[in-house]
Design a protein around this ligand. Structure first.
Ligand SMILES: C[S@@+](CC[C@H](N)C(=O)[O-])C[C@H]1O[C@@H](n2cnc3c(N)ncnc32)[C@H](O)[C@@H]1O
Ligand code: SF4
Ligand code: SF4
Length: 424
């Protein structure tokens, strides 16, 4: 579990570097929210995502806002008076890349690899921006380039995500290549095309998770931006009838906070194998295709907290069997973390970094071949001729993993989706 920066082991201290260039709008006197090993000479420390030690933001910075146009950048700064906006978090992309900084051990084995097959999407979710900005599809060549590394690293499962993976025109060819390596495929989908593509899905995929954020047509439409509740439910029923293991995923947010017990009932009605709940992230500029802070209607407000508490109480009282038997994937304590996370975000409770070892056992590969240690933290490498192992074990990537493990990434404190891989 990463220690929080406050509880770090003394090898790290806050970066000295002024962040006047920081695209998140931090002031020039604020320290970057990264940490350098103590004793390091400030002048030799630099941000690996910047092209130089200049105090100007770098075009190569992996922060989503920095990648946005200069006009968007200036707009963000001007609307916040140069200070962080209410949604603004200290930059999570910045990492220290200096010779001698601690490196995590080389990765020689991975359990799970997530592929963002495409950035494109045909939904219009309030919580996610892929549908606004996503353009790129993963190239078939990228999957071919990945195959030797997936095999050498003993990867067991590949999660197909995005964007909307079923929109990729060649996803079946990609799935065929991956399955020929003995990999098990897990599809995470909005479900709009599930019924239509069911034969291909059933042939290539071992497990399907459908994102279903509303228990009614009205709340689904408010949250996912489409009048498609019945289409998605029909797709889920068809997949269940075809014998596929199907689960539902609910992203808990303003628009569904009072519906959580109804969503459990809906899951039973649809005949799926289970349901899981995840708090909506609004804190990371590295996630969900963002090029700007998450919009207002997603994060819980103080008046939503009693609704969430009532939903969780009702689940504990009326779905105790589902909790005990695993139909609801989270334990009661983990569900209560959603509440604690919301309270912390509103300044009503402490932020605590969750238990997570995702970067040591899994990796995420974006549609353009860039690597991420997890959904929320931008990586330093792009898949190249050396394949997956070389990219994962590049020194900058190992330094990033060491910084994460040392609790040096603010992203972890705010994480809604930590993952703990128990020993195999
Ligand atoms: C980005 S989507 C990609 C796969 C597919 N398009 C789908 O919706 O399932 C992956 C998951 O992230 C969830 N998601 C979207 N916005 C989120 C947010 N702000 N915080 C946490 N999860 C979010 C989606 O509901 C979905 O379960
Ligand atoms: S959550 Fe999935 S379906 Fe919704 S916009 Fe993002 S990628 Fe598309
Ligand atoms: S998944 Fe969350 S807790 Fe885990 S490394 Fe990423 S940001 Fe940190």
């Amino acid at each position: 579990m990463p220690a929080t920066p406050r509880a770090n082991d003394g090898r790290w201290r806050r970066c000295w570097r002024p962040t006047g260039w920081c695209s998140r709008g931090t002031t020039s006197s604020s320290p970057a929210n990264t940490w350098t090993p103590t004793g390091a000479s400030p002048t030799t420390t630099r941000c690996a995502t910047a092209s130089s030690t200049s105090t100007r933001r770098s075009a190569s910075c992996s922060c989503a806002l920095a990648r946005a146009s200069s006009a968007a950048f200036r707009r963000t700064r001007s609307t916040t008076g140069g200070r962080p906006s209410p949604n603004c978090m200290p930059c999570s992309s910045v990492l220290i890349d200096r010779p001698g900084a601690p490196m995590a051990p080389e990765l020689v084995q991975l359990r799970l690899v997530t592929l963002y097959l495409t950035e494109r999407c045909n939904s219009r979710c309030v919580s996610c921006d892929y549908w606004r900005h996503g353009r790129q599809d993963m190239a078939l060549a990228t999957v071919q380039q990945l195959l030797p590394g997936l095999k050498a690293l003993g990867v067991e499962q590949v999660l197909l995500s995005g964007g909307e993976p079923l929109l990729h025109p060649h996803w079946v060819e990609m799935a065929t290549l991956l399955r020929a390596q003995g990999l098990k495929l897990w599809l995470l989908t909005a479900g709009l095309a599930l019924a239509k593509q069911l034969d291909d899905v059933a042939r290539h995929v071992e497990q399907v998770t459908v994102s279903l954020d509303g228990a009614t047509a009205a709340s689904y439409a408010r949250i996912r931006g489409l009048d498609a509740f019945e289409v998605v439910c029909a797709g889920v029923r068809a997949a269940v009838r075809a014998g596929l293991p199907v689960t539902l995923r609910v992203t808990v947010q303003r628009g569904n906070v009072a519906e959580l017990p109804a969503l459990v009932r809906l899951a039973h009605g649809l005949g799926v194998n289970g349901i899981s709940f995840l708090a909506a992230d609004v804190a990371h500029d590295e996630a969900f295709g963002r090029q700007a802070p998450a919009p207002d209607g997603v994060a819980l407000r103080p008046e939503d907290l009693p609704l969430l508490a009532a939903s969780l109480d009702a689940i504990e009282q009326t779905h105790a069997d589902d909790l005990a038997g695993g139909f609801i994937a989270e334990s009661p304590a983990k569900l209560r973390r959603i509440e604690a996370h919301a309270r912390a975000r509103l300044g009503l409770g402490p932020l605590t970094a969750p238990r997570c070892n995702a970067p040591a056992h899994s990796a995420v590969i974006e549609a353009d071949g860039r690597l991420r240690p997890c959904f929320f933290i931008g990586g330093t490498q792009r898949l190249g001729a050396g394949g997956l192992e070389a990219a994962l074990n590049a020194p900058a990537e190992r330094r990033l993993r060491a910084a994460i493990a040392a609790g040096a990434q603010a992203a972890c404190e705010r994480c809604v989706c930590a993952k703990w891989f128990a020993p195999a």
